[in-house]
Design a protein around this ligand. Structure first.
Ligand code: SAM
Length: 509
């Protein structure tokens, strides 16, 4: 996440509000704060996008406890993003922003949306008044732009579609069985919505698309979690038993961590490792909300956990859900609204970033095999890219084998399996970002029955092997650079997915 520069932060501070607006009506006041909340979120989204960093999604930023008017703020952020290219063009043509306003450009964008396309009412505030005074300059910039682009209206200038492609996605709810049984949850939710049970994931309920439960008391008290189906399949694939010790290697914000505790009936121990300090706080919040008492948070680098550490010697299962490109959840995250998506990132950039992510993913998976008591490992991503999925798994098959592991088939009844790029890829599980509304990948490694590590690494592996445990620190040692074919498949897959997605949402190329 990009750091917000305090000097230029858009702050809806009470002091500024008081000095700017002594006699505001209630409607003016709520519009004033909504625009500033939206501007704050917009700043974080745009900073993250500019740095191509994995940031929290627009939705998760909006649904943070500090945001008061969630629905209004979400709509304003999405609409401003949708019209951002036009807003920027108009501002550039009008050339009226001094440095003072440039430092608050996100707030200016939000107000510009209201002036150009939204409600012109309730435009109280200094920035609002400044832009209202420039209305004739703005209007002539719009006229120029329309004539240059041969368009009749501002809407004609926008080629992007829905604000929220999630409108057709069912709402999945995972019941936190540590706090509530499924039957009671169905009864409670059934008072307001038709509720169905999912046929594959236990404790998962399906509500109609558009069901908004963010403010529901059962969400607020942690009895239910708003968690997608694919994401909920991951902990179930690991299948931890009550009483086991389980390591969640990359755990924040902790949805799968608390799911593990729930599947273990609150018995045993879950060690939740997380590198990023601010995300540790989110993890702790999720754990507290879930009521789970068997989770120990470990703030640190999974790669630096020693398999020889006695406190990890009984870990029987590892869930590895490492940082990934998030390409499978781009639609859910509303990435199509972001400038980088519109501009079309260069494939060179993308491939470099994917290769870096894949290098970490390979190191992390290699490390997971080295824990002495581990019997089951799940490797999962929310990426659609072969480089982060099948290629990672394939490159580590010899190491897995050397530790006595083989691929197993999570959810055998699920139709969509891994891309057929190596023998055995049919064990892998994929969900499709269009058909299943989210693109996830799951690989399950299981220790072979009656096998006590027939090939101890230090003894049986050829000294020249690239997979010796000491080599995991070296990216290149484990790197299996994507072949031309795999690169091609990556782009073919991404392209076909994007085309189908755009078709489904009536977006023209
Ligand atoms: N499993 C989580 C859930 O379902 O809520 C999502 C995990 S997210 C995809 C990946 C997480 O791994 C991020 O929070 C990131 O900060 C963390 N991470 C990245 N590198 C790590 C490392 N070396 N050790 C531990 N955690 C790491």
């Amino acid at each position: 996440m990009g750091r917000v520069n305090n000097r230029t932060k858009v702050s809806p501070s009470r002091a500024a509000y008081k000095s700017e607006n002594r006699k505001m009506s209630n409607a003016d006041r709520s519009a004033y704060f909504a625009r500033r909340e939206a501007a704050k979120i917009l700043r974080r989204v745009l900073e993250g996008d500019a740095q191509r960093r994995a940031i929290a999604s627009i939705k998760s930023l909006v649904y943070a406890p500090s945001v008061r008017n969630k629905k209004g703020t979400f709509a304003l952020v999405c609409k401003t993003l949708k019209y951002l290219p036009v807003i920027k063009d108009v501002l550039e043509a009008a050339d009226l922003l001094s440095n003072k306003w440039k430092r608050q450009k996100e707030l200016i964008y939000v107000i510009m949306y209201d002036i150009l396309l939204g409600q012109k009412a309730h435009l109280a505030g200094d920035a609002e008044k400044f832009l209202m005074r420039q209305q004739s300059a703005l209007q002539s910039a719009v006229t120029q732009l329309l004539s240059k682009k041969k368009a009749n209206s501002i809407e004609d200038l926008i080629t992007r579609g829905d604000d929220d492609p999630g409108v057709s996605r069912p709402r999945f709810i995972r019941v936190n069985t540590l706090k509530m049984d499924v039957h009671t949850a169905i009864k409670e939710l059934g008072k307001r919505y038709p509720v169905q049970k999912d046929d594959m994931v236990p404790d998962l309920l399906i509500l109609p698309p558009g069901s908004d439960l963010h403010d529901h008391p059962l969400v607020a008290d942690g009895s239910i979690f708003l968690q997608g189906k694919a994401s909920s399949m991951v902990a179930v694939a690991l299948d931890p038993k009550p009483g086991w010790e389980v390591l969640d290697a990359c755990s924040a914000p902790g949805n799968k961590t608390v799911h593990l505790a729930s599947l273990m009936n609150g018995k045993g121990r879950v060690i939740a490792c997380e590198l990023n300090e601010s995300r540790v706080k989110r993890l702790q919040h999720t754990i507290k909300l879930s009521g789970a008492s068997i989770i120990d948070v470990l703030h640190g680098d999974f790669l630096k956990l020693s398999p020889k550490d006695p406190s990890l010697s009984k870990v029987r299962a590892i869930l590895l859900d490492p940082s990934c490109s998030g390409s499978g959840t781009a639609a859910v995250r509303l990435d199509h609204l972001l400038p980088s998506h519109v501009e079309g990132t260069t494939s060179g950039d993308d491939l470099e970033r994917l290769n870096k992510l894949a290098a970490f993913q390979r190191k992390a998976l290699a490390h997971a095999f080295s824990f002495p008591a581990v019997e089951r490992i799940v490797y999962s991503t929310c990426s659609i890219h072969q480089i982060e999925n099948e290629d990672v798994v394939q490159s580590l098959l010899p190491l897995a084998e050397s530790h006595g592991f083989q691929l197993d088939t999570p959810f055998p009844q699920w139709q969509r399996r891994g891309l057929p790029v190596f023998a055995g890829a049919n064990h892998l599980l994929r969900t499709d970002p269009v058909e299943d509304k989210e693109g996830f990948f799951i690989a399950l490694f299981k220790k072979k029955q009656n096998t006590t590590n027939p090939f101890p690494r230090s003894l049986n592996i050829d000294k020249s092997s690239r997979y010796r445990s000491g080599d995991v620190r070296n990216n290149r040692a484990l790197a299996c650079p994507p072949t031309k074919i795999s690169k091609l498949r990556l782009y073919q897959y991404a392209l076909s997915t994007r085309t189908r997605w755009r078709k489904n949402h009536s977006i023209q190329n």
